[in-house]
Design a protein around this ligand. Structure first.
Ligand code: AMP
Length: 416
């Protein structure tokens, strides 16, 4: 018998790769956790109807990419091809609309699609994703985009670009779809046969065609961005202002289409120039209509998913996530050891990252160590009753009672 191998399109995660994945996860935990996102995990398989809802545009995933099977009771189940619909199902099933909104969730899980395998494209792959459910504001979209940008930057992903667009509301999109379909029908002579064949299935795909004739024809095609109206324009303008304020570079791409049918308004995709054909690192957008499609009340929501394998191809050596040090305690006198020890314990109980000089360094060496650790504050304990607390960012130094050190830092980091 020949040796059994892992199924086509799957791979083993061996220790060196597992270590890199752990680094990626710790960055995601830190960046998303700091923004109030909490981890969620949903089942590996779901009822098929969660993904094949039979409404909206024909999507590639629903068309041909799902691993579906019948269980013993004849129910159709599907290995999850994506994370958003399961997270929304969980939101509805557990009555999360009763929690303060938005409910901000993140996941890191594996997904399954029956795609033709190639570099960066697998049949089982991992995604990190974030969803903010119950918020309609453009700030929510902009914040999510910033979070993915920050994650990619923290990991050192190379050649990253952001493409941004808006799909408007389903009504705008439906009217535009008709307009585009008419345009394509009227210009069939200038389109490749495979583009003509897909006109009714998904006319937007005509913008992705590679051949010169189709590209030439599509230059005159109407774009959806030109057809946005009213609040859709306001929403999109605001998202752009917020990103501009943060100097986050993006290209407007009115032809951006996402693989799933439930997006409304803001959509985006991060790509990496280092990845070749499969250049998509992650993407997402607003999906205000999905909850209703799932049988729930109308609930605005927004989110993204990014592929772990692609991120690690673009960032082969992610730097280990820094552990924030809020306080470093410097011992500056023979009697400082016991109060210093007590101070770090109190700081840690209050949730601060705190470290104590343990190596017997000189005063100068200790100050250097506090600096090297990137400590936000350094407390210098001498033989005096008061403690010198130095804000390492501003350089400001104050004398405080021992019991006020922790509250001062907490106040300072809240203001920061
Ligand atoms: P999507 O859910 O299709 O929007 O994909 C989001 C991200 O997941 C993509 O940008 C890729 O990084 C990653 N991804 C999607 N499909 C695959 C796949 N078959 N293999 C590896 N990564 C994938």
């Amino acid at each position: 018998m020949s040796m059994i191998q892992a199924p086509r399109g799957t791979f083993d995660v061996l220790p060196p790769d597992a270590a890199r994945r752990a680094v990626l996860q710790s960055h995601a935990e830190r960046i998303l956790g700091a923004a109030g996102y909490r981890r969620i995990e949903t089942p590996t398989f779901e009822s098929t109807e969660l993904f094949a809802r039979g409404v909206g545009e024909a999507t590639d995933i629903v068309q041909k990419e799902m691993y579906s099977f019948d269980d013993d009771g004849g129910r159709s189940l599907t290995l999850r091809p994506e994370g958003t619909a399961p997270v929304c199902r969980a939101y509805l099933e557990h009555g999360m609309h009763k929690l303060p909104q938005p409910v901000k969730l993140w996941y890191l899980s594996s997904f399954f699609r029956t795609e033709a395998p190639q570099r960066g494209r697998y049949r089982q792959f991992w995604q990190v994703g974030a969803e903010a459910i119950g918020a309609a504001t453009p700030e929510t979209d902009a914040e999510l985009i910033m979070l993915l940008a920050e994650l990619l930057q923290a990991l050192g992903a190379k050649g990253i670009r952001l493409r941004l667009s808006s799909l408007g509301t389903p009504e705008t999109r439906a009217a535009y779809r008709d307009e585009l379909t008419s345009f394509l029908r009227a210009h069939e002579d200038g389109l490749a046969p495979e583009v003509v064949a897909r006109i009714d299935l998904n006319p937007m795909r005509a913008f992705d065609a590679g051949d010169a004739t189709t590209r030439e024809t599509m230059r005159d095609a109407p774009t959806l961005l030109e057809r946005l109206a009213g609040e859709d324009v306001e929403h999109f303008t605001r998202v752009r202002e917020l990103l501009d304020d943060q100097d986050l570079a993006y290209e407007l791409d009115p032809t951006l289409v996402r693989g799933l049918d439930y997006y409304t308004r803001t959509v985006y995709e991060f790509t990496s120039d280092t990845l070749g054909a499969q250049s998509g690192v992650g993407g997402g957008g607003r999906y205000d209509g999905l909850m209703e499609q799932l049988g729930g009340p109308a609930t605005p929501a927004s989110g993204w998913a990014a592929g772990i394998e692609r991120i690690l191809l673009a960032a082969p050596d992610p730097p280990i996530a820094p552990q924030p040090v809020d306080l470093f305690v410097v011992l500056a006198g023979p009697g400082a050891g016991r109060p210093g020890f007590g101070l770090v314990q109190a700081a840690r109980r209050a949730g601060l990252g705190a470290q104590l000089e343990l190596a017997g360094r000189s005063l100068k060496g200790q100050l250097r160590q506090g600096d090297r650790l990137g400590a936000r504050y350094v407390a210098i304990i001498g033989d005096e009753p008061l403690i010198s607390l130095k804000d390492m960012e501003s350089g400001e130094q104050i004398e405080v009672e021992p019991q006020t050190v922790v509250p001062t830092i907490l106040r300072g980091s809240r203001l920061a």
